[in-house]
Write a protein that binds this ligand. Structure first.
Ligand code: SAM
Length: 288
């Protein structure tokens, strides 16, 4: 555990959610906003006095607006795309359940709530303790403090078995080992057959030691993330997870480079190159 400030103690991996919160808040004040997220702005502004004066490299970078614009755009466009996945699911299952794995302080429920969906936010205990200060649980909205690697958190969802379920994993799988991701996916499939999983993945190509120095440069120097926030899991192609077990079905994929050039700017030029399209992207599965 590292002190991000006098009042806030988070592990390096947990602290990555300060970066995504900051990006959502910053995008919300852009004109026009890439992501309309007044709640992230409120939470970020409420945290600022507690973070002020921190010597933590990530916090210092966030408070000085030192995050590259492209990272802000990517993280916000990806959140907007995950919101769309949630809305598409709710169009098909208005009273279904959405589970946000590794939710951080992201107030997605406030952005997508249709008045009948049930929503579960799950993250590590240090993050959920902080999140409790900013959101209110209700009959339809619940916080769960657990590691996704711990099988027992699934016991809290048994009431939803047999009903439409969507699991979202945004900015999470890359911080886990392959064994942990595989065990988790197979557990979700076993407990919730027919459910959907939308997950962000990085390309395994970047995890090769000959390439990983570039990733490390980005994580440490550009973003200021701590030494334990390392990428560990990646895949080469979206259909790879289908080999983990019968019934896992790839539905679709999304690349940041698919977005409107008015939103993502000059990087749109690289949209035709697979090496960039699938450097870090979103994959959508059904777990039959
Ligand atoms: C990059 S942040 C993403 C937060 C949020 N999904 C978003 O996009 O704003 C990664 C999140 O994954 C959480 N996380 C990492 N390992 C986890 C685990 N084993 N179980 C549950 N959450 C985990 C971290 O605590 C952190 O909140």
């Amino acid at each position: 555990m590292t002190h991000r400030s006098k009042a806030i103690t988070l592990s390096d991996v947990s602290a990555t959610m300060l970066l995504t919160l900051y990006c959502h808040a910053r995008s919300s004040v852009a004109a026009p906003p890439l992501l309309h997220d007044p709640e992230s702005l409120r939470i970020w502004q409420a945290l600022q006095p507690e973070l002020a004066g921190s010597l933590d490299p990530l916090v210092k970078r966030l408070l000085s607006n030192g995050i590259p614009e492209l990272a802000v755009t990517y993280i916000s466009a990806r959140a907007r795309r995950f919101d769309r996945y949630a809305r598409d699911f709710m169009d098909r299952a208005p009273s279904g359940t959405v589970v946000s794995l590794g939710c951080g302080l992201d107030p997605r429920f406030s952005r997508v709530d249709n008045g009948s969906v049930r929503f579960v936010d799950l993250d590590l205990p240090d993050v959920i303790a902080l999140k409790h200060r900013f959101v209110t649980e209700s009959e339809r909205y619940r916080l769960l403090a657990a590691s996704v690697t711990d099988p027992h958190w699934l016991d809290h969802l048994t009431e939803f078995q047999g009903q439409p379920m969507l699991f979202l994993s945004e900015g999470l799988f890359m911080y886990l080992s392959e064994a942990d991701v595989k065990t988790l996916v197979l557990r979700l499939q076993k407990h919730f057959p027919g459910s959907e999983l939308v997950c962000e993945v990085v390309n395994r190509r970047w995890l090769d030691p000959r390439m990983y120095w570039l990733v490390r440069l980005k994580l440490r120097r550009q973003l200021g993330l701590g030494p334990d926030a390392d990428f560990r899991f990646g895949i080469r192609h979206g259909d790879e997870l289908q080999q983990w077990g019968p019934g896992i079905q790839l539905l679709d994929e999304w690349s940041f480079l698919d977005e409107d050039p008015r939103d993502i700017g000059w990087v749109k030029w690289f949209a035709g190159l697979d090496v960039f399209r699938t450097a870090q992207w979103i994959v959508h599965y059904r777990l039959n």
